[in-house]
Write a new protein. Structure first.
Length: 141
């Protein structure tokens, strides 16, 4: 097998095996929130759902408050046709505990989670941090 063929095969295998969603030119809302990042840097604009309010939930499976609010976010995503939730996992694969040094945590200067960024249907940032957290809590109620 040539070097080029081997590299192409490995790249295709990585794409097929990866559970992380890839950006789509015209991203649509699915039945459940998509999970992205796995600690890697991410361009949030690639995951905005046109015409919908998009809530980015930065989380770690090692964060108890993140795990408590996660089922509520799933219900919110399912209940509100005008809203999409995108879960941004800040942990790199294999990292135990909250991965504050991951590329995505550093990219967005995260110091506490859950951390939300909310973009309007027009793609413009509406709220982030504490203001976004309050908005999400009000929507959940």
């Amino acid at each position: 097998m040539s070097r080029c063929s081997l590299i192409a095969t490995l790249a295709l295998t990585a794409l097929v095996a990866s559970p992380v969603a890839f950006p789509a030119e015209n991203h649509t809302k699915g039945a459940t929130p998509i999970h992205i990042s796995q600690g890697q840097t991410v361009t949030l604009a690639d995951y905005l759902v046109p015409g919908k309010t998009t809530v980015f939930d930065f989380f770690s499976e090692y964060c108890p408050p993140c795990m408590r609010i996660s089922p509520e976010l799933e219900k919110l995503h399912a209940r509100r046709a005008d809203l999409a939730v995108v879960k941004v996992d800040i942990n790199r694969p294999g990292h135990k505990g909250i991965d504050w040094q991951s590329p995505v945590a550093r990219q967005y200067d995260l110091h506490s989670i859950p951390h939300f960024k909310i973009f309007g249907p027009d793609g413009k940032l509406m709220a982030e941090g504490d203001d976004a957290y309050e908005m999400v809590l009000n929507w959940i109620k």
